[in-house]
Design a protein around this ligand. Sequence first.
Ligand SMILES: NC(=O)c1ccc[n+]([C@@H]2O[C@H](COP(=O)([O-])OP(=O)(O)OC[C@H]3O[C@@H](n4cnc5c(N)ncnc54)[C@H](OP(=O)(O)O)[C@@H]3O)[C@@H](O)[C@H]2O)c1
Length: 169
Amino acid sequence: MQPRLSIIVAVSENGVIGNKNEIPWHIREDLRRFRIMTEGKTVIVGRTTFEQLRQAYESRGKLLPDRNHVIVTNQKDYVVSLPKCFVCHSVQEAINKAKSIEKDEIFVAGGASLFAQIIQKADRLYLTKVHMVVDGDAIFPDYSRFTRIISEETHEEKGIRFTYYTFGQ
Ligand SMILES: NC(=O)c1ccc[n+]([C@@H]2O[C@H](COP(=O)([O-])OP(=O)(O)OC[C@H]3O[C@@H](n4cnc5c(N)ncnc54)[C@H](OP(=O)(O)O)[C@@H]3O)[C@@H](O)[C@H]2O)c1
């Protein structure tokens, strides 16, 4: 059986996912959920998002462990000398690589360019709707093809309300 191809993202009310290479909110519970959901699985990321993740987690000593990272870049000489990290040079190559190492679920975790290229291929969408309107330069693409809500759960942290949606088709 093929692994499921899922997108995991947090999006503001006005469609923003990032600003100047940063996520414009800090919701610990959502980050924790990301860690738990992707643990033991395979994550595909664009090179920019990978470098963000690496910076965030290397300050604590290591990249998110216990998961594979497949990184997409156009740079032929881009090297990542870390365990369970694989560099690919197209989205299709990244999906093929992920399928070759993952049995269960592949998570596409950003950024905007990766989401735009994969939204039409994804089987599932885990979307945290952050109930804020924020400025941003990275926008989530149209996801109207996901019409079926599998689950929906609203939470609040430090005055920020957010809803975890799981969408299928
Ligand atoms: N809210 C969220 O859930 C969330 C999650 C992740 C990221 N973000 C935000 O998203 C923003 C980053 O998004 P982004 O679009 O700028 O960057 P990105 O998608 O993370 O990475 C873009 C890079 O990926 C590589 N790439 C993309 N498509 C490719 C293809 N078809 N073939 C080969 N390489 C390809 C290129 O790398 P090279 O330049 O090396 O060629 C490109 O510059 C940030 O603001 C970040 O905070 C938000």
